[in-house]
Design a protein around this ligand. Structure first.
Ligand SMILES: NC(=O)c1ccc[n+]([C@@H]2O[C@H](COP(=O)([O-])OP(=O)(O)OC[C@H]3O[C@@H](n4cnc5c(N)ncnc54)[C@H](O)[C@@H]3O)[C@@H](O)[C@H]2O)c1
Length: 294
């Protein structure tokens, strides 16, 4: 054990750990000294990951939308390690797309179960492992779509908003047992999630992340796409003792996407109105209109 590693000797459980943000977090946590259980529906990818990190990573096939699978998973973690220091609820997908009239109600609820309900179930069934320890950290992977409308579909955004609230609610109950609960709200991160939403598979899916990275490069003040490691580093901080006085919080990792327009951009819009020599009251109304319409 190396003393300078931030998760030395800890046991972490990461759902959706085979791909994208989950995978980057699995690998970073292992490098920081954790033993990681990866729970995912992708059996082939999970076994490859287990082989790559043999001795530090165990894969357990789990569909997080099924409570029986979640119960089995926690039993597995208990048997294998006897404790659980960090649970990262990360498994997810973009889910039902389209306008209200186009979304099947059953699809809406499927998305709610995957993006929100699954975290309720993993938290519920992880508590019996964490409570007797008197410590633990739970991290939910939410989204900027849970904070503001317009970043994703109705079902996904609603579920992520619920996940942010679930985080706060759980934090208030679990602090007395030494369990901290926080969430991360990523912005646009170049992962296969985007390609999956267009039903891409295999090589097309793998190469899609490059296109996504290019497409997202100018979508936020920091002029590059978000990368899985950006979120993994926030998860590492939340999982470590460095954040020991932090609970119930949403950490936004979005390159500034949600902070608003730059003053320069706003000023340009104001000037273009002023040039038209509006009467003063009309100008004020127009400026306020811009602010509201943002
Ligand atoms: N990529 C982004 O721009 C972005 C932005 C904000 C939030 N997020 C969130 O980050 C999380 C990870 O997404 P990603 O971008 O790394 O996507 P990804 O598609 O690369 O990875 C998702 C992983 O979840 C697994 N998974 C899906 N359904 C599952 C189920 N029912 N049970 C178990 N595992 C399941 C997949 O097999 C995959 O390994 C998601 O919760 C997503 O909503 C992503």
């Amino acid at each position: 054990m190396e003393a300078n590693k931030r998760l030395n000797g800890t046991i972490a459980l990461i759902t959706g750990g085979v791909s994208g943000i989950g995978r980057a977090t699995v690998e970073l946590f292992i490098q920081e000294g954790a033993s990681v259980v990866v729970a995912d529906i992708d059996e082939k990818g999970g076994l490859q990951l287990q082989e790559k990190w043999s001795g530090s990573c165990i894969f357990k096939r789990t569909d997080v939308t099924l409570e029986e699978d979640v119960k089995e998973l926690m039993k597995f973690v208990g048997k294998k390690h006897g404790r659980l220091d960090c649970l990262f609820n990360n498994a997810g997908a973009s889910g039902a797309h389209g306008n209200f009239e186009e979304i099947e109600t059953s699809e809406f609820f499927r998305t709610m179960t995957l993006v929100l309900g699954s975290s309720f179930m993993t938290i519920k069934h992880a508590i019996p492992l964490m409570k007797p320890q008197g410590c633990g950290t739970i991290i939910n992977n939410a989204s900027v779509a849970g904070l503001f409308a317009g970043y994703a579909g109705h079902a996904y955004s609603t579920a992520k908003g619920g996940l942010i609230q679930l985080t706060k609610s759980a934090a208030t109950e679990l602090a007395q047992y030494g369990i901290r609960v926080n969430c991360i709200c990523p912005g646009g991160i170049a992962t296969p999630l985007w390609g999956r939403s267009f039903d891409l598979l295999d090589d097309a899916l793998d190469s899609s992340t490059l296109g996504v990275a290019k497409a997202l490069a100018n979508a936020q003040p920091i002029q590059r796409s978000g990368l899985p490691i950006d979120v993994a580093k926030a998860a590492l901080w939340l999982a470590s003792e460095d954040s020991s006085f932090v609970t119930g919080q949403s950490i936004v990792v979005d390159g500034g996407a949600t902070v608003g327009k730059s003053w320069k951009e706003f000023n340009k819009a104001v000037k273009s109105i002023a040039i038209k020599s509006m009467p003063k009251t009309e100008l004020i109304k127009a400026v306020l209109g811009i602010k509201r319409g943002r």
